[in-house]
Design a protein around this ligand. Structure first.
Ligand SMILES: Cc1cc2nc3c(=O)[nH]c(=O)nc-3n(C[C@H](O)[C@H](O)[C@H](O)COP(=O)(O)OP(=O)(O)OC[C@H]3O[C@@H](n4cnc5c(N)ncnc54)[C@H](O)[C@@H]3O)c2cc1C
Length: 397
């Protein structure tokens, strides 16, 4: 087949990035997003090592850099606000704790969407209600009532992927809770933050609170995390999530009470398990998965966005190189991606264990993690040139 009609579910990071590469490789792409419009908000995400190279090949280096946060670095502080440690954005060649390319998830999503909106069909406020596949294609019934046939369908619909549940099995089979919850929301910048992130870890309790400056100097992003191995929340019930956060942060010092006071007036709110998705296969017939839906490494790896960007490049390249044959294309994608995913998932687990001390289960801190593992997590995947495969896009930067 010289081209393919591909349906992608999800328009955050993995979906629009995949749409970019599929279109460049000659496919006709439709992206369906459950939300009524592009979703703003979310924490800062990073692009390190090979993910930076993917952004460059997308021609989006200048656009992404223009939308970056201006974070200069991070201070860890004690309960009275005294600085304990300093991390700078240019540490480790820009690939450190605060990466040189650090951008709010919603801003990166916007850059990727603006880049693809003209050549890709986006359907907002809809979702796949039914999907059946045969040897030659995938029949989809959308919740809005449309029925359409595609050659391939790809789930880029995040940690709680509905397409994964529909085709591969229930969430519990693949989602592994790492034992911590994470929460983020926007607060007024009444804390005098300039370009430095503040991070307070409560000694011995496994709780942390933080504040991150953003470009708009009037606002900041609050960040909380706490140990809760048995806790699950309904990811649609925001009021219940806020109650949980209030309860779990009770008695925590530093600026916590002032930050919690903004829970009811924040314009956005995110709370979820720090979880990984572990699957033996990321495809079944003509249906594949990418991004958090397939291989979430958890925010503790700092690499979920990098995995999504690199996965998009490889999935589109391998499918096109295989003449859009799903078995060969998906096999190539898995073979190239899996070691990279596994290294990042190991980093995510190590990071969580390092926060759980002191105690018998506490793991080593980042300074003791094997250097070769860190290198594999940042650079450990080859990006083939795909010579001979169609490539329609001009390089812009
Ligand atoms: C609003 C939001 C806030 C986030 N905030 C943070 C954060 O603060 N910290 C952090 O580490 N990670 C956060 N994430 C996750 C982070 O974006 C991902 O780890 C990473 O960028 C990989 O992205 P992804 O595209 O694979 O998945 P996601 O970014 O999770 O995107 C999945 C997309 O699929 C859509 N979707 C879900 N179900 C369906 C469906 N049935 N049909 C169609 N579309 C569907 C969602 O609305 C979303 O746009 C957030 C994600 C979102 C959507």
């Amino acid at each position: 087949m010289s081209s393919a009609k591909v349906l992608v579910a999800g328009a955050s990071i993995a979906g629009p990035a995949l749409a970019h590469w599929l279109r460049r490789r000659g496919a006709e792409v439709t992206v369906v997003e459950r939300a009524p419009e592009l979703r703003p908000g979310g924490q800062a995400v990073d692009a390190r090592g090979v993910a930076r190279e993917v952004i460059r090949r997308m021609g989006l280096d200048a656009a992404v850099r223009a939308a970056r946060t201006a974070t200069a670095g991070a201070y860890t502080v004690d309960v009275d606000g005294n600085v304990l440690e300093t991390f700078r954005a240019d540490d480790d060649g820009g690939d450190g704790y605060i990466a040189e390319i650090e951008i709010l998830r919603g801003d990166l999503s916007r850059v990727l969407y603006d880049d693809t909106r003209d050549g890709v069909e986006y359907l907002f406020g809809d979702r796949i209600a039914e999907l059946t596949q045969d040897a030659d294609g995938v029949d989809v019934v959308f919740e809005g009532g449309d029925r359409r046939r595609f050659d391939l369908a790809i789930g880029a619909d995040g940690l709680h992927s509905a397409l994964r549940a529909m085709v591969f099995g229930p969430r519990e089979r693949f989602v592994r809770h790492l034992g911590r919850m994470l929460s983020y929301y926007t607060v007024p910048n009444e804390f005098g933050l300039d370009r430095w992130l503040l991070d307070y870890q409560e000694p011995g309790a496994g709780r942390s609170a933080g504040l991150r400056p953003i470009q708009d100097a009037t606002r900041a992003i609050a960040m909380f995390s706490f140990r809760a191995p048995d806790l699950d929340v309904d990811h649609r019930d925001v009021a219940a999530q806020k109650r949980v956060l209030r309860e779990r942060m009770t008695g925590m010092g530093w600026l916590t009470p002032r930050i919690l006071a903004h829970l009811d007036d924040t314009p956005d709110f995110y709370l979820d398990q720090a979880a990984q998705v572990v699957m033996d296969r990321w495809s079944s017939g003509r249906v594949g998965l990418i991004g958090d839906a397939a291989f979430s490494s958890s925010p503790y790896s700092g690499q979920g966005t990098g995995l999504a960007l690199v996965g998009a490049y490889l999935l589109a390249g391998e499918l096109a190189a295989a003449g859009w044959d799903p078995a060969a294309g998906f096999a190539g994608y898995e073979r190239r991606m899996r070691p990279f995913v596994e290294a990042n998932q190991e980093i995510g687990r190590l990071h969580v264990r390092s926060l759980d001390g002191p105690g018998p289960d506490a793991g080593p801190g980042p300074e003791e993690w094997p250097m070769d593992l860190i290198d594999r997590a940042i650079n450990g995947v080859e990006l083939p040139g795909y010579a001979g495969v169609p490539d329609s896009s001009p390089v812009r930067s």
